[in-house]
Design a protein around this ligand. Structure first.
Ligand code: GDP
Ligand code: MG
Length: 588
């Protein structure tokens, strides 16, 4: 145990966590040089293409005569549950700050999470190779924030490899060894994944005892008893070992058949043990809900399988079966944010080859009914009749925007236009500030972050956290295409914004829907009343093309006949709405 060190790397997105991990794996000869590639711990195709880390990823390395267990974490706020689970499995955290950017919103958020866990923090300034690096300024920011001494800060370039050995040495010297807390086996499940060949693979941190192949074990929460079929460490591929000891991090393959039996946050103990469960994780609350339906009804079973498997490696996902008249059988899913939803949808599409209809995402409203009942409303179509509603409440978030001070004015007016309530402003140093606001979640859901970025020329960063529920004046808005309500496009909006939003949606639909043989009416309606409308003109097939000469009457007759036909078509028509249209409407 005294030769083991467990730590994770935390930072704002893009400050170089995954690249720093690459260099560590190289310097410690954990990965064969020939197999090395950039951001190797980003193992999903999607992560590599987008250049973002979505999942936590552990790796075990040898340094001097120590065994170091590193966990790389995502930086985007939608995946902060991955960060908090990683933090519970380690004793120290490398706080990485980009020398050209300084402290940003997620730097602070992740640092506070690490401090709550009493982790040893090792401050590191990365990207010192860049001409725009301002080590002195960023050092001051870190000293102000942590109250550490400037000489404790390690300078690195994860690109050139400079300073990497210093970081590894600091981990050995400063991160405490795991403490002995329990004689018998006690292992925290901090992650799991699904492998086609091995089934459920569980990632554990031992807080007591040992575990070997062939051991009989028990999951405390589900009381499931099973056998350890394989055990080992992550380098980052699975490498079988004789077993895992107290304080170590590794993986287990067990005989668990049902995916639900191995829950992230649960504790594994010996079968006959009465060792109590570790604290685990607090239940995570989804922020955003959307209905996910297969485009083809016959794909329902495959969708179900896909969601179950993704849930295994995405413990923040929440889902329940749903059905709708128009969309058939599917699922109501809860996400931590829109990026989470987008990634999930893309994974179902790629990894399971599913074509989906995703309904307009919504936050969870609380509806207080006249009869004193309260309902959680996550499906716009289930909005009760207005005459039964006493009042509605919506979730509010606490947000922090970190920005250079020249953008304060622009950001403040944008945030208050979006119903933000200013709390206070803090200075990080003389030219960077943190703006604190309370704001409705529904107004930051869609393009808030993009707008913050563009207003600040890319310099501002954002973090958010659930705050409380507050009253709001809500109405259900239906969108009709060719006079048919499109269930997936129904949304809940503020009453005084319905007109404005309705107009934007129909305009957007007009841009993205393909023309039909007939005129297509696009309408937004609240309580049966049309509040905005557009129309898409018909594709004009030239029925007179075959006529030579100037037989005007015949030409007119033909055109009239065509007009009649179109009217007929438009009445009974259903317009096929492509998936891109749903997305386009969302990003209004
Ligand atoms: P993460 O989001 O914190 O994991 O960041 P990544 O490791 O994915 O790196 C983000 C970007 O910064 C990538 O394009 C890296 O190549 C680049 N990068 C990371 N570290 C350095 C560094 O020390 N110097 C330079 N010049 N670029 C770096
Ligand atoms: Mg990364």
């Amino acid at each position: 145990m005294e030769k083991t060190r467990n730590f994770c790397i935390i930072a704002h997105i893009d400050h170089g966590k995954s690249t720093l991990a690459d260099r560590m794996l190289e310097v410690t000869n954990t990965i064969d040089k020939r197999k090395m590639k950039n951001q190797i711990l980003d193992q999903m195709d999607l992560e590599r293409e987008r250049g973002i880390t979505i999942k936590l990823q552990p790796a075990t390395m040898k340094w001097r005569d120590f065994s170091l267990n590193l966990i790389d974490t995502p930086g985007h706020v939608d995946f902060s549950y991955e960060v908090s689970r990683s933090l519970a499995a380690v004793e120290g955290a490398i706080l990485l700050v980009d020398a050209t950017q300084g402290i940003e919103a997620q730097t602070l958020a992740n640092l506070y999470l690490a401090m709550e866990q009493n982790l040893k923090i090792i401050p590191v300034i990365n990207k010192i190779d860049l001409p725009a690096a301002n080590v002195e300024k960023v050092s001051t920011e870190i000293v102000n924030l942590l109250g550490c001494e400037e000489k404790e800060i390690i300078l690195t370039s994860a690109k050139t490899g400079e300073g990497i050995e210093d970081v590894l040495d600091a981990v050995v010297e400063k991160v405490p060894a795991p403490k002995k807390e329990n004689e018998d086996l006690r292992a925290l499940i901090f992650d799991s994944t699904y492998d086609e060949f091995r089934g459920v693979v569980i990632y554990v941190r031992l807080f007591g005892g040992q575990i070997k192949k062939g051991d009989k074990i028990k999951f405390v929460a589900t009381e499931e008893i099973t056998e350890v079929l394989d055990v080992g460490i992550l380098k980052p591929d699975w490498h079988s070992t004789d077993g895992l000891n107290d304080g170590e991090i590794g993986y287990l393959v067990t005989g668990v058949k049902h995916l639900e039996k191995a829950q992230v946050g649960d504790t594994i103990v010996q079968v006959k043990s009465d060792t109590p469960a570790l604290p685990g994780y607090k239940e995570i609350k989804p922020m955003v809900y959307a209905g996910i339906f297969p485009k083809e009804g016959s794909d329902y079973q495959r969708l179900r399988d896909g969601i179950l498997k993704l849930k295994l490696s995405d413990s923040s996902l929440v889902y329940e079966p749903a059905s709708s008249h128009a969309l058939g059988f599917g699922f109501r899913c809860g996400f931590l944010g829109l990026l989470h939803l987008e990634i999930f949808q893309e994974r179902l599409n790629r990894e399971f080859n599913l074509e989906l209809v995703v309904t307009t995402p919504t936050v969870a409203y609380k509806i207080y009914l006249q009869n004193k009942k309260v309902i959680d409303l996550t499906t716009p179509n289930e909005m009760p009749d207005p005459s039964n509603i006493d009042y509605a409440e919506e979730p509010y978030m606490k947000i922090e925007i970190v920005t250079p001070k020249e953008h304060i004015g622009g950001l403040m007016s944008y945030v208050s236009d979006n119903y933000g309530i200013s709390k206070n402003t803090e200075y990080i140093d003389e030219d960077r500030v943190i703006l604190h606001y309370d704001i409705p979640l529904s107004t930051i859901l869609v393009d808030f972050y993009d707008n913050i970025k563009s207003i600040s020329s890319g310099y501002a960063s954002l973090n958010y956290d659930f705050l409380d529920y507050r009253k709001c004046d809500l109405v259900k808005m239906d969108i009709l295409v060719a006079e048919h309500p499109v269930e997936a496009l129904t949304t809940l909006v503020y009453r005084d914004q319905a007109h404005k939003i309705g107009k934007k949606i129909v305009q957007k639909l007009k841009e993205v829907l393909p023309k039909q043989q007939f005129v297509v009416k696009l309408q937004a309606a609240v309580g049966g009343k049309i509040i905005a409308g557009e129309r898409i003109s018909a594709l004009r097939k030239d029925v007179t093309a075959k006529l030579y000469g100037g037989d005007v009457t015949r030409k007119r007759k033909l055109l009239e006949k065509q007009k009649k036909g179109k009217k007929k078509m438009a009445k009974g028509a259903k317009v096929d709405i492509p998936q891109e249209a749903y997305l386009a409407v969302l990003k209004r």
